[in-house]
Design a binder for this molecule. Structure first.
Ligand SMILES: *Cc1c(COP(=O)(O)O)cnc(C)c1O
Length: 429
């Protein structure tokens, strides 16, 4: 495989775009090598500018649960764009889209659409603070909730450690309001509430983590988190930007049977166009302007093209119910990788929930960010680059989830397993 044109484009891109990209992970920094430039996609496949073909497990980082260039979604966008692209005024499509979300997700009675997952979580935190009139928030180490200031904080895994900024540009005064706790550890949460309970506005969590690689907590953990937040009058925010409409039509909350106070969405909900959303019980959502005092607005919020793409994707998902088949294909992939791990004696673990899967190069069970970080990232980099050469496009980081789509066939999975076997043989040489 040759990457000449991608190389040329990357050199050109770096002159005008910071690092040649518009989102850092795309630069391939943590896996070595240089990014490939994508020309087109169809179904489970993408092609780069050198006309190399790949089976794609990134799927635009999750949105494309029906695969690339789904005909019905593309047609919905084409059709609606004939009538104009944006009005900044109410449209009927927004009601339909809101009804689809309310109908799908039990805990959501009202919703506000925004244009990204970051915007959704940022707004949800503001709403939680406005509603409870409290300042502190709890987030978990290794969970990513977009790049809003209050959420870009990591303080290691110390119990109830007050936050320090994870990046320059975030004032310590703000970061100190974010308490970072280890994921999957209910005692840490109890301790934090005993100490700061009356000041905690909300707990925000990825109900199944995808942004440290896939890590799934137990049902009991989520039940205890629900109870303790209720007890202290703090809101529970489930960030379902990744899991919403992916793990089940009703999101992770359908799987776990938990009702959070606020839920955030993005990715799948937009059908490949920029859509985010936050929603919850009417009583809480009516704290948002124009009904309530918490301000939040957006020039392109509820954009007709984005609503049309998202609504079409949700309609197809509801009608087709691809979730059992996604899980089945996920299991074939998981089982296949596990037997290859045994056969080639690779130090690795597979974590999977439905169509989200991560191969960690560690011999520890991965239950939180600490254990995820025990992975051999150098080995992952070599594996990633080999798989790219073999025509399989994986997320370019050890700490990300790979995704399956409805367009991935069992043949795709088998082909992928053959290539993983080839890559494992290469790693063992
Ligand atoms: C991707 C992601 C976000 C951020 O969404 P953007 O659309 O990239 O701003 C927030 N939370 C979770 C759980 C995500 O996976």
């Amino acid at each position: 495989m040759k990457f000449e044109r991608s190389k040329q484009l990357f050199e050109e891109a770096k002159k005008y775009l910071v690092g040649g990209v518009n989102s850092p992970v795309r630069a391939f920094k943590s896996v070595g090598g240089e990014p490939i430039f994508i020309k087109k996609g169809k179904g489970s496949r993408i092609w780069d500018e050198d006309n190399n073909e790949y089976i794609d497990y990134v799927l635009s980082w999750g949105p494309l649960i029906l695969g690339h260039a789904n005909e019905q979604i593309v047609n919905a966008i084409k059709q609606i764009s004939n009538f104009g692209t944006s009005f900044g005024a109410p449209t009927e499509l927004e009601i339909e889209m809101a009804k689809a979300v309310v109908d799908a997700v039990k805990s959501v009675e009202m919703v506000r659409f925004v244009s990204s997952g970051t915007e959704a979580t940022m707004s949800a935190i503001r709403l939680a603070r406005g509603y409870t009139k409290r300042k502190k928030i709890i987030k978990f180490d290794g969970c990513y909730h977009g790049h809003g200031d209050s959420l870009l904080v990591s303080a290691g895994s110390g119990v109830a450690t007050l936050g320090i900024p994870g990046t320059p540009g975030i004032p310590e005064e703000l970061a100190s309001l974010t308490i970072v706790l280890p994921y999957n550890n209910i005692d840490a949460v109890k301790e934090a509430f005993e100490k700061y309970g009356e000041d905690i506005a909300c707990v925000i969590i990825e109900p199944v983590a995808g942004n440290m690689g896939v890590v799934a907590p137990s049902k009991e953990y989520h039940q205890e988190l629900r109870e303790i937040t209720k007890k202290y009058g703090a809101l529970l925010i489930w960030d379902e930007v990744m899991t919403g409409f992916r793990l089940a039509y009703g999101g992770a909350q359908e799987l776990y049977g938990i009702e959070p106070d606020i839920t955030t969405f993005g990715k799948v909900i937009g059908g490949g166009l920029p859509v985010g959303a936050y929603g919850g019980k009417r009583e809480i959502m009516e704290y948002v302007a124009p009904v309530g005092p918490v301000y939040q607005a957006g020039t392109l919020s509820g954009n007709p093209l984005a609503m049309a793409a998202g609504l079409k994707q949700l309609q197809i998902l509801k009608e087709k119910n691809p979730y059992p088949s996604l899980d089945e294909k996920g299991k074939i992939l998981e089982d296949g990788i596990n037997s290859l791990i045994q056969k080639y004696d690779i130090k690795a673990r597979v974590n999977r929930v439905g169509s989200m899967i991560t191969l960690f190069f560690t011999d520890k069970d991965v239950v939180d960010f600490e254990t995820a970080k025990s992975s051999d990232t150098e080995l992952f980099g070599r594996f990633f680059r080999k798989m790219l050469q073999l025509g399989v496009y994986l997320p370019p980081s050890q700490f990300e989830a790979a995704f399956l789509s409805d367009a991935h066939s069992k043949e795709d999975i088998n082909e992928t397993l053959n290539k993983i076997e080839e890559a494992f043989r290469y790693l063992k040489k």
